[in-house]
Design a protein around this ligand. Structure first.
Ligand code: COS
Length: 380
């Protein structure tokens, strides 16, 4: 049997995240975009509300939310501001490989601070010359006694330089491709790291994006996740999960575009009546609604499969590609409904478009999502 109802707890969680967005994110988002930084105190409030690192297991002092629970939060944060979403959810992206591949001892040791204070994590896979072809990474991890010594650089790292823990993907031998890949947890305190923030992004400016440079950074071998050779697989399994919140956040952006466009279309007069009276406008609003409803179910189903421990790689890719393309189109149509007013920063719709463009690119471009879906079709 199919059941399309959220549980009472899930409805409460959704309401909590919606309330947080209304009170803390919506009033602060435009300024955060302008100033290219997170609103003062927001991380602390997200931590206090239980919205930071929500998948941290209960036995480690966290909320232990499922992925389906988490994407209810993601949709609400996406509604408010994609830049703020990315700061919070890039932390979940950094946490996921540790939850997937760390031993219980590693989890207890590495994740202990997360219960005490608002800690951000980061996920460092991409390099300047290796984005989509992640297995071609060049950052080197050399074994030296009881340590790994990391040299190289990582690009486009959300929370880079601010995260207390960064999961760095590297290779012990670049000639061996993914078979020599490693995932190593690097604490911010390890000497030899530099972060170079990247400014003037098109959108998502509240989120910090950096290049990370590692100059002989020494990390104990106890921080290796899984074994040598498992790094790439851990990265792929992580992204199979975290692309689903990106899908859900995109649904949030589309919902926001619909709400803003609907409100404006009812107010704005042309030819003696509200523009909402014209079918040309109504059809745009209806198409947004079709996209929101269908995208949300794609995201819910992919998350549900992941929570059941069932294969979900192609479903996550489909949800991420569909929802981000759909949200881009919804934001674009919202600007069209606003006309000239939509093209300037006085109204929020131009920010929606700038922000959501990244959803089509990060955590795997939508072209790579289609590669994953096609490969799964061809394998079947
Ligand atoms: N789960 C588990 N294992 C996986 C996997 C997955 N989702 N995808 C691939 N693997 C395994 C394969 O089974 C294969 O293992 P064996 O060699 O032991 O058989 C290995 O990993 C290599 O897989 P494959 O040959 O498919 O790798 P490719 O180099 O062809 O790359 C894509 C596959 C393109 C899908 C991958 O590089 C990718 O996702 N790129 C995008 C990266 C990305 O999202 N970057 C954003 C960074 S965060 S902003």
């Amino acid at each position: 049997m199919l059941d399309f109802e959220l549980s009472e707890e899930q409805k409460q969680l959704q309401a909590l995240a919606r309330d947080f967005t209304r009170k803390e994110i919506l009033p602060a988002a435009q300024r955060a975009d302008r100033e290219e930084r997170m609103p003062e105190g927001l991380l602390e409030k997200a931590f206090a509300t239980g919205l930071l690192n929500p998948e941290l297991p209960e036995e480690l002092g966290g909320s232990g939310l499922s992925l389906l629970d988490e994407i209810l939060i993601a949709e609400e944060l996406g509604y408010g501001c994609m830049g703020i979403y990315t700061t919070l959810m890039a932390s979940a992206l950094g946490l996921t490989p540790i939850l997937l591949a760390a031993t219980p001892e590693q989890q207890r040791r590495l994740l202990a601070p997360l219960r005490e204070r608002p800690c951000l994590l980061a996920f460092a896979l991409s390099e300047a010359n290796n984005g989509s072809d992640a297995a071609a990474m060049r950052t080197l991890a050399r074994r030296d006694g009881g340590d790994f010594v990391i040299s190289g650089s990582k690009m486009w790292i959300s929370n880079g330089g601010e995260a207390e823990l960064t999961v760095v993907f590297a290779t012990t031998d670049p000639s061996q491709g993914h078979r020599s890949s490693v995932a190593i947890v690097v604490p911010r305190s390890a000497p030899g790291q530099q972060a170079h923030p990247i400014h003037h992004k098109l959108g998502q400016r509240a989120s910090l994006t950096s290049e990370l440079v590692f100059d002989e950074v020494r990390v104990p071998a106890e921080n290796l996740l899984g074994e040598v050779g498992a790094g790439f697989r851990i990265a792929m399994q992580t992204l199979d999960r975290t692309r689903i919140p990106v899908a859900a956040a995109s649904v949030g952006v589309a919902r926001r575009a619909r709400d803003e466009a609907l409100r404006y279309a009812k107010e704005r007069q042309a030819f003696g009546r509200p523009v909402a009276d014209f079918q040309a406008i109504q059809f745009k609003l209806a198409d947004m609604e079709i996209g929101i409803q269908s995208g949300r179910w794609l995201a819910y189903r992919a998350a549900w499969l992941a929570d059941q421990g069932r294969p979900h790689s192609a479903e996550a890719a489909a949800a991420k590609a569909y929802c981000s393309d759909m949200a881009f189109s919804a934001a674009n149509e919202a600007i069209q409904i606003f006309g000239g007013a939509g093209y300037v920063g006085e109204y929020p719709v131009e920010k929606l478009l700038r922000d959501v463009k990244l959803n089509q690119i990060y955590e795997g471009t939508n072209e790579i999502m289609r590669v994953i879906i096609a490969r799964s079709l061809l394998r079947a």
